[in-house]
Design a protein around this ligand. Structure first.
Ligand code: GLN
Ligand code: ZN
Length: 797
């Protein structure tokens, strides 16, 4: 081991920095290139050429927007698919089933193999995917055991640094830090009892040390290691273990390797450790301050200003993450500058301006939008001044950095303009709608509660007259190419309203006829008119905007365009009533109206940052309450309000979870509690690992809750029974995530498990989720088996 580096850090990133930048391309070029590679239309060389072009373009763009090209302020944060998978590739740490993909000599993965681990092949399941902290980005979960290979196998990061340098920009390689990588990994199947991936910390750190040496050897000045695991206490690792891991990892990487400086060769670049997505807490920051890393980035958007002074910070640069990397609003730069300066008391060697998180979670550029009041996807012109996407945020960082370096006077105009924009938003028409505010202010506890369940259940039984184990679906039926074509043509104005409406009605007729033929008990309209379960409602509610190019990576090559919730939410006209009423006119069977719940609408949108989320949720709740009242008035006896994102928004810190569950459950109840006892309220939640939200599910007070349960073989049902849950439950018996058609024996088996675990009178029979991504060739036999199984188990009751 070499001697610890003692050279004091000079101020790093004086021109400001960002923690990462969108990598999919402003016209989704990477998505297209990757998908055409997958389809075999292009080869790996074509893909590398496109990706290299995007990387160079990004580096140049960031310099053009104000970042310094020479000092490592420009992040090199590219990924072909996912940044966690990149570490798997870096280490060659693939699960057993993919070992044949590793190069025999150096243990690395070719691009082809890299995508195979992400997407699976034949019987070999891909790595599991799960949500990245509190974002809508999904990463791949590494599988690690005692025997997983771990080495410095892949040199892509080094090559990408050289590539940018050739284009004239000194980048700062960005990768997930060793502790977070292992904390987010799961134990592979072959791992022994009690094994935790963190048991492999020394091996992983040794590989990172090799990487740092390689980076230092080519003159990389800075490297960024992301350690967001430090901001959450919801992982299955106790805080002490995580903290020990950080101490031990950075003792090796920072203390143990001599830092290269301008004048001396060394074994490692300067190290920036980041902690995005939340507050580190004083102990978390003290922990990082106590290591020999050279800079620490903290999130001041989600996290509180830490108290100081903190020993150890004097030799480091503290990067103040004041520009929100996770939402789209333009900042009041004066307030942000105050926030940066409030860190002076911490005693850091230097302060730098940064983003709170990578900009991966926002779209590229406000200027890519079409402003005006024309039809379709154009934005209200006022939004141009209120919004900041990635490029605008880089500009904000540069302006703040300048103020910090040479004084506020130098950027007085920019500061004033930003304050004026924020102020104009605060009072603009539509942002505050007095009528909406008055209605919310007048709410009382009674608006959040229905009558006793027993009375409701009796009234519903009398009205609906359903058999035991009633069968239904979650709402959507396959979205055929014809439906998509009709919707696209209508959106472009090429298909008249009447023709579009006729096409949708014809589709509804088909879906109703099919459900009757299959013998389902509660029918749906199939949701053919919905592009997306959130966007559809956002397009019709006041207070939302929908972008033309606001794409954000969701996972791999998949991108979403989250709506922007900018103003008070109001429903100016019924949204779904016409479709549901038409459906009901076609059948004698009960029809279920279908809505997306307030929490899910918020979770999958960019939300306003000028009022508590709970207030916004209640506004959406009230709009839905009106919609439900209209459905009820149109004779619809069952309404389902989907909340698949309820668990997604759960705060990363346990201390914040109770308050979240209070308002989220409240907004659902506000939406659904205006109905008569005889109207049955359903909800649907996708995930099957309930743990911390099982109480909330009960709190929703829905008459029937459907959940994903096929893969876990009904695991949730006994858990609910143990928790004393006593209303309707529809544990999914058909895994819709796979094209596989379950046999009726399989469905019978699952159903039997369910009726053994909980009172059969409570059990409903349905698939795991909506059917929109499946094909009719799979859906028809699968639903036929589902109905047959329900009949069979019914006969045994
Ligand atoms: N009703 C929606 C559908 O069937 C629910 C989708 C979801 O839960 N993600 O598609
Ligand atoms: Zn679902």
């Amino acid at each position: 081991m070499s001697t610890p580096s003692t050279s004091p850090t000079t101020a790093a990133f004086p021109g400001g920095t960002i923690l990462g930048y969108p990598r999919i391309g402003r016209r989704r070029e990477l998505k297209k290139a990757v998908e055409s590679f997958w389809a075999g239309r292009t080869d790996a060389v074509d893909l590398e050429v496109t990706a290299g072009g995007l990387r160079r373009e990004t580096a140049r763009r960031l310099v053009e927007l104000g970042l310094n090209p020479d000092d490592g302020s420009v992040p090199g944060s590219f990924s072909y698919y996912d940044q966690v998978l990149d570490v798997v590739a870096l280490l060659g740490a693939v699960p057993e089933r993919f070992r044949d993909l590793l190069d025999e000599e150096d243990g690395s993965l070719e691009l082809d193999g890299y995508f195979t681990v992400a997407r699976g092949r034949g019987e070999d399941a891909p790595l599991e995917m799960t949500k990245w902290f509190d974002t809508n980005y999904h990463y791949l979960v590494p599988e690690i055991s005692e025997t997983t290979p771990v080495s410095f196998a892949d040199h892509r990061i080094v090559r990408e640094y050289a590539e940018a340098l050739e284009a004239g920009v000194t980048t700062r390689p960005v990768l997930v830090g060793p502790v977070t990588f292992l904390a987010l990994s799961k134990a592979a199947d072959e791992a022994g009892d009690g094994f935790h991936p963190l048991d492999r910390l020394d091996d992983v750190v040794a590989a990172y040390a090799e990487l740092l040496r390689a980076l230092a050897a080519v003159g990389v000045p800075w490297v960024q290691l992301d350690e967001p695991a430090l901001v959450t206490d919801s992982l299955d690792v106790p805080a002490e273990r995580l903290h020990d891991a950080v101490r031990s990892a950075y003792r090796v990487l920072a203390t143990g390797l001599a830092k290269a400086t301008d004048d001396t060769d060394g074994e490692r670049p300067a190290i920036l450790v980041t902690a995005p997505f939340g507050g580190l807490g004083d102990d978390g920051l003290a922990l990082l301050a106590g290591t020999d890393v050279d800079a620490v980035a903290i999130d001041l958007v989600k996290g509180a200003t830490p108290a100081g002074p903190l020993p150890g910070l004097e030799g480091k640069t503290l990067v103040a993450g004041v520009i929100d990397g996770h939402n789209v609003w333009r900042a009041d730069l004066t307030a942000k500058l105050d926030a940066v300066e409030s860190l002076r008391g911490l005693g850091a060697g230097a302060l730098a301006v940064g983003t709170s998180t990578s900009l991966l979670h926002v779209p590229h550029d406000v200027e890519d939008e079409v402003f005006g009041d024309g039809p379709g996807t154009t934005l209200d012109p006022r939004l141009r001044d209120w919004l900041a996407f990635a490029d605008q945020k880089v500009g904000e960082v540069a302006t703040l950095a300048r103020a910090l370096a040479v004084g506020r006077d130098a950027v007085a105009d920019a500061l004033a303009a930003s304050s004026a924009a924020v102020a104009s938003r605060a009072t603009a028409a539509g942002v505050v709608v007095p009528e909406v505010r008055e209605r919310a202010a007048a709410l009382t506890d009674a608006d959040f509660a229905r009558g006793p369940y027993a009375e409701r259940a009796a009234a519903q039984a009398a009205r609906l007259n359903l058999p035991p184990l009633p069968t239904t679906t979650i709402g959507s039926f396959p979205q055929t190419p014809e439906i998509r074509k009709a919707r696209a043509a209508w959106t472009k104005g090429e298909l008249p309203d009447a023709d579009y409406s006729a096409a949708m009605r014809a589709e509804i007729e088909r879906v109703v006829a099919l459900q009757e033929e299959l013998g389902l008990d509660v029918l749906v309209h199939g949701e053919p008119e919905r592009n997306d379960m959130v966007q559809y409602f956002a397009e019709q509610l006041d207070g939302f905007a929908v972008t033309a190019n606001g794409w954000v990576q969701s996972y791999g090559s998949r991108c979403v365009r989250p709506p922007i919730l900018w103003g008070d939410v109001r429903r100016s006209a019924p949204i779904t009533v016409e479709w549901s009423a038409y459906t009901a006119s076609l059948t004698e069977k009960p029809v279920k109206g279908m809505l997306t719940g307030p929490v899910t609408i918020l979770a999958w949108s960019f939300v306003r940052d000028d009022q508590p989320l709970g207030d916004t949720a209640n506004q959406v709740g009230l709009a839905l309450r009106d919609e439900i009242a209209d459905l009820e008035a149109a004779g619809i006896g069952i309404v389902q309000v989907d909340e698949p994102a309820l668990r997604e928004l759960l705060p990363l810190r346990r201390a914040d979870q109770e308050e979240y569950l209070r308002w989220s459950v409240g907004s659902f109840r506000l939406a659904t509690s205006g109905v008569a006892p005889a109207t049955q309220v359903h909800t649907h939640l996708c995930y099957s690992e309930f743990g911390e939200v099982i109480g909330a599910i009960d709190g929703l007070d829905a008459d029937v809750t459907s959940v994903e349960a096929a893969r876990s073989r009904m695991e949730i049902v006994p858990e609910l029974a143990d928790a004393g849950y006593s209303r309707g439950i529809g544990p999914g018996v058909y895994d819709i995530h796979s094209p596989r058609v379950p046999s009726s024996e399989e469905v019978t088996e699952l159903l039997t498990l369910a009726v053994k675990a909980i009172d059969p009178a409570l059990v409903w029979v349905n698939p795991d989720c909506g059917l929109k991504t499946r094909r009719y060739a799979e859906v028809e036999p699968a639903l036929a088996h589902l109905v047959a199984a329900a009949r069979e188990v019914r006969a045994t009751l």
